[in-house]
Design a binder for this molecule. Structure first.
Ligand SMILES: Cc1cc2nc3c(=O)[nH]c(=O)nc-3n(C[C@H](O)[C@H](O)[C@H](O)COP(=O)(O)O)c2cc1C
Length: 182
């Protein structure tokens, strides 16, 4: 598949089928991520493929966080379970934290490029993804579960990967609104 087609095929999905993606497809996507540009050769991106055991621990934590905000019934709990357990892979992406804030900003840009490369590579293999952030990606217990030191690296997203259901149609801004010849 050519690059443009894969870019157009990449779509965030929210509902995954319970079907495995091959490790070769995942490894290819990591290789694509690792080709992202970065300033000063910092290569600040890290990807952790989360085992089922750890994913269940993260799921329990997510249910705990949600039920502290509001009471959740069995149906809501099942939706969270499906969200955490259905996707084929969960890649936790982190950014190695540079001491200088200006470099941290550039490194976040580089990590974003890496994640986008990863998602486009997956899309070229007919695989969908979702970059998610929120209370769970920031919680100190998540760092504990996956054994990360928050002083050294920061979780910048959970990347859910798998085959998809219900592809959303996203209306994008018109080119006239985002591009001008000046
Ligand atoms: C930094 C970042 C964080 C995101 N966090 C979430 C999230 O927490 N939950 C979610 O449903 N989507 C999240 N998304 C996905 C966007 O909502 C999604 O890209 C948007 O709906 C556009 O859809 P598309 O990716 O198919 O173009 C995130 C995307 C980015 C780049």
């Amino acid at each position: 598949m050519d690059a443009k087609k894969a870019i157009l095929n990449r779509r965030t999905i929210h509902f995954f089928e319970n079907k495995k993606v091959s490790e070769n497809i995942i490894k290819d996507s990591i290789e694509a991520a690792n080709q992202a540009p970065c300033h000063r050769f910092t290569f600040p991106w890290r990807f952790y493929s989360v085992s089922l055991k750890k994913r269940i621990q993260i799921l329990d934590l997510a249910i705990d966080i949600k039920s502290k905000k509001k009471q959740i019934d069995e149906n809501a709990e099942n939706i969270i379970k499906e969200k955490y357990l259905n996707p084929s892979h969960l890649l936790i992406t982190s950014q190695i934290l540079n001491k200088e804030p200006a470099i941290q900003k550039e490194d976040y840009a580089a990590c974003s490029c890496a994640i986008q490369n990863l998602c486009i590579s997956l899309a070229s293999d007919g695989v969908f993804s979702k970059w998610s952030t929120g209370a769970i990606t920031k919680n100190p217990k998540t760092y504990e579960i996956i054994g990360l030191n928050a002083k050294i690296e920061e979780i910048i997203g959970f990347i859910w990967i798998g085959y998809g259901k219900n592809l959303p149609k996203i209306t994008r801004p018109l080119i006239d609104q985002i591009y001008k010849e000046i």
